[in-house]
Ligand binder design. Sequence first.
Ligand code: ADP
Ligand code: ADP
Ligand code: ZN
Length: 214
Amino acid sequence: MKLILLGPPGAGKGTQAKMLVEHFGIPQISTGDILRGAIKAGSPMGLKAKEYMDAGALVPDEVVVGIVEERLQQDDCAAGFILDGFPRTLPQADALAVTLKTLDKELDAVISLVVDTEALVARLAGRRTCRDCGAGYHLLHEPPRKDGICDKCSGELIQRDDDKEETIRNRMEVYQQQTAPLVDYYRNLGLLSEVDGMMDISAVGQRILEILKA
Ligand code: ADP
Ligand code: ADP
Ligand code: ZN
């Protein structure tokens, strides 16, 4: 199963990717998570990426394309993978096509999660992430059992720097301008399925699994 999860910030890509990891036993490749890992590790790539991420802008294509190229060649991607947050621009989509061709792999599906802007802003504003294991929560929709504490590892739950109001607006604009064209790109390739991402988390997950079975 080789998939792309497409959708604006807060659409539920990460949440559904985690469900699919459990269901299919294939890895989630989140460029956002990889970049945040590089920032945490203080690597040169992380330092460079941080400026863009803090501003809610996209990290340059060559950086993320390099990350994904390398990641897709690892053994655990042999049976499939879930791309979460990549590609985000037309050049990234073209680069992915070239990489997959070289590796003799083909995409099975692109799932586009559709959520209205107001709901996205509320989801991002209420999103909390475990500092230690990266598990995701929402203050209202997916609250932890204990306030501020991760259910899985007891780590501290934090708000991402780029989930602050000013940055959220900018990320929405960047999505409209640079990423939204990918919906037509994959529709033209006959790969796109749109899913109503306004439903609750488990209903969205069910719908995705139905589509993948068909
Ligand atoms: P979200 O899940 O809210 O959409 P991500 O964790 O995917 O956010 O991405 C956070 C930030 O990381 C983005 O705003 C961008 O700066 C950077 N980033 C992640 N993936 C990409 C990508 N494919 N291309 C460029 N920048 C990226
Ligand atoms: P993305 O990776 O697309 O940026 P996330 O999966 O991180 O989005 O979800 C953003 C926030 O919204 C998280 O706090 C998550 O718990 C919550 N969320 C995800 N899916 C839903 C849903 N279907 N309904 C309500 N809240 C959701
Ligand atoms: Zn945790």
